[in-house]
Unconditional design. Structure first.
Length: 285
């Protein structure tokens, strides 16, 4: 008799299941949907925690996960790392390298999730939008670079059809809603099936309609307290990113004007030299 397939999840709120809420108010999430599609005996453990950064995964989640010697692991992290003033892509890369190295030694299949394009879901000030996209791209670049060294299974959110449609997002527009979690799970299931893992296609669920009253209730009871709590660390970051982007844009504009100014000065000098030459010719005549 074969032993049960061991499946673990490491990560932040996107891995935890935030946004995929049932009537019992318990997050399911795309990782749970994947687990439900696996055929045969299986153990499933979700170690993810909303707000987790890559250092937490290495220090707290990874030791527990590796003790289970998992056959399959999902690693989702980077979103909280980038929302800090001290964000360092090199540190993120080092932490992910440690995670992938440990799982590679165990022969674990590892699924990763790259970040979507937040500017296609959220309406942000242009300066903040540009700065945020730079950080999102930096996080994704780390995953793409490591995919060349480790046999990870990357899920690229931006490549999933409809992923940026607002109906697929939670009311906070920061986390996938039930439809969004289903899209992520569907993409992962396809990749696992291609690699021969014992998994079946997902059943299309009936997505519950969320009324305006329920949305307002969520914002008042959960969204506002969350925003107030996170504003102490997110607001300074937002202001820092906006200021930095405005300064960089200003410097870029000045640099762009400098060659034009030099060309104009050169043309003026040439024009003056031409006039002086004409004057000399006139005088000689």
């Amino acid at each position: 008799m074969s032993s049960p397939l061991s499946f673990v999840v490491l990560g932040d709120s996107a891995a935890y299941g935030t946004g995929d809420i049932t009537k019992a108010d318990r997050p399911l999430g795309w990782t749970y949907r994947i687990a439900s599609a696996i055929t045969g005996p299986m153990t499933y453990l979700n170690l993810a925690r909303p707000g987790a950064k890559s250092s937490e995964l290495v220090e707290h989640q990874l030791p527990i996960a590796t003790m289970l010697r998992p056959d399959l692991a999902i690693v989702v992290v980077g979103g909280n790392d980038m929302l800090r003033n001290n964000f360092c892509p090199i540190r993120l890369k080092d932490n992910l390298t440690e995670i992938f190295t440990r799982f590679s030694a165990l022969g674990t299949h590892v699924i990763t999730l790259e970040l979507h394009d937040p500017s296609k879901v959220l309406k942000l000030p242009k300066a903040l939008e540009r700065a945020l996209l730079k950080r999102v791209d930096a996080v994704n670049a780390v995953y793409q670079e490591l995919a060349e060294s480790f046999p990870i299974i990357p899920i690229r959110a931006r490549d999933i059809a409809g992923v940026h449609d607002r109906k697929n997002w939670h009311v906070d527009l920061l986390h996938p809603g039930p439809r969004g979690h289903y899209l992520l799970a569907e993409a992962a299931v396809r990749e696992l099936a291609r690699r021969g893992l014992p998994i079946k296609a997902l059943d299309v669920p009936e997505f519950p309609a969320i009324s305006t009253r329920e949305k307002v209730s969520w914002m008042l009871l959960k969204g506002t307290p969350w925003f107030f709590k996170r504003s102490f660390d997110l607001l300074p970051v937002a202001l820092f990113l906006i200021a930095k982007e405005l300064i960089l844009s200003g410097v870029s504009r000045l640099r762009a004007k400098e060659p034009t100014k030099r060309i104009e000065e050169a043309q003026e000098i040439r024009h003056q030299s031409s006039n002086e030459g004409k004057d000399l010719i006139s005088s000689a005549a």
